[in-house]
Design a binder for this molecule. Structure first.
Ligand code: FPP
Length: 246
C-alpha cells in the first residue's frame, strides 16, 4: 500500500454542494436522473477519500428545501434514489466506520423513507471514523429559524453561542472547507451560519466526475490557504524591532 496521505492538520470538516448531476446526464443524452444515480458513486468515492485522508466530518447537500420546486418526476426519482441508496449502501458505510446523520426537516418525507433514515442512523451511531451528514430537505435559513425557535422555547439567553448550540451541526466543528462542483459560485442556502470562516473551493467538474482524486486536489488547494479568522498574520519583524505596522 502506498503511504497514506493525510489532510493538513486542522482540516476536520468538509462540506460539499454536489452540483452538476443534471448537466452531466444531459451532455450524455441521458435523463437528468441518471446524473443523480452516478452522483451516488461520486459520493462513495468522496467518503473513501475523507477516510483515507483522516478527515473526520463530511457534510453533503443532497436535497435542499428549494429542490421540491423541481419537476414532480425528478423529485420522485430523487426520493426513490435516496431510499435505494440507503438500502444498498448503509451496511458498507457502517463497515467503513461511517456514522450517518441526516440534517434537515424530515417531516416532509414519506414514513418508509423516514424509517430508513432512522435505521441507518441507529445502525451506525457508534462509528467514529467519519461522520457523514447528509443534508436532506435542508436550508440554512430553516436551520437558523428552527434553532431560534428551540432557543426561545428553552427561555435561555440569546447569544451567538446559545443559538449555535441549537443548530443542526452544533456538536461538531464548523466546516473548514466548502467544495462546490458544477461551476457555479454561490452558497444556495447551504450552511449559512456555520460557514462564517470556511474556505471555499469551486470547481467546474460536474458532481458525477468528482472523486477521491478531485478531493485530494481540493485539499491541496486548501493547504495553501492562510486562515486568519478576522485576525492578522503574525508579524515577527515588527515584534522584534518594536516597530508598529499600519
Ligand atoms: C444537484 O445537481 C444535485 C442534486 C439536487 C442531488 C444531489 C444528490 C446526489 C448526488 C445523490 C446523493 C445520494 C445520497 C444517498 C445522499 P443538479 O441536478 O442541480 O445539476 P444541474 O445543475 O446540472 O442541473
Amino acid at each position: 500500500m502506498t503511504k497514506r496521505e493525510l489532510a493538513p492538520a486542522g482540516l476536520r470538516h468538509i462540506a460539499v454542494v454536489m452540483d452538476g448531476n443534471g448537466r452531466w446526464a444531459t451532455r450524455r443524452l441521458l435523463p437528468r436522473t441518471a446524473g443523480h444515480k452516478y452522483g451516488v458513486d461520486a459520493l462513495k468515492s468522496t467518503v473513501r477519500g475523507c477516510i483515507a485522508q483522516g478527515v473526520p466530518y463530511l457534510t453533503v447537500f443532497a436535497f435542499s428545501s428549494e429542490n421540491w420546486n423541481r419537476p414532480a418526476d425528478e423529485v420522485r426519482a430523487l426520493m426513490d434514489l435516496f431510499v435505494q441508496a440507503l438500502r444498498r449502501e448503509t451496511r458498507e458505510l457502517a463497515a467503513q466506520g461511517v456514522r450517518l446523520r441526516f440534517v434537515g426537516d424530515r417531516e416532509a418525507f414519506e414514513p418508509p423513507m423516514r424509517e430508513l433514515m432512522q435505521q441507518a442512523q441507529d445502525l451506525t451511531a457508534a462509528n467514529t471514523t467519519l461522520v457523514l451528514n447528509v443534508a436532506l430537505n435542508y436550508g440554512g435559513r430553516w436551520d437558523i429559524v428552527q434553532a431560534m425557535r428551540a432557543l426561545q422555547a428553552s427561555g435561555g439567553p440569546i447569544t451567538e453561542q446559545t443559538l449555535a448550540q441549537h443548530l443542526c451541526l452544533a456538536d461538531m466543528p464548523a466546516p473548514d472547507l466548502l467544495i462546490r462542483t458544477g461551476g457555479e459560485r454561490r452558497i444556495s442556502n447551504f450552511l449559512l451560519w456555520q460557514i462564517a470562516y470556511t474556505e471555499f473551493y469551486f470547481t467546474d467538474a460536474l458532481w458525477p466526475d468528482f472523486d477521491e482524486k478531485a478531493l485530494a486536489l481540493a485539499i491541496a488547494d486548501y493547504a495553501q490557504r492562510e486562515r486568519r479568522f478576522g485576525s492578522v498574520p503574525p508579524q515577527p519583524e515588527a515584534q522584534a524591532t518594536g516597530l508598529r505596522v499600519a
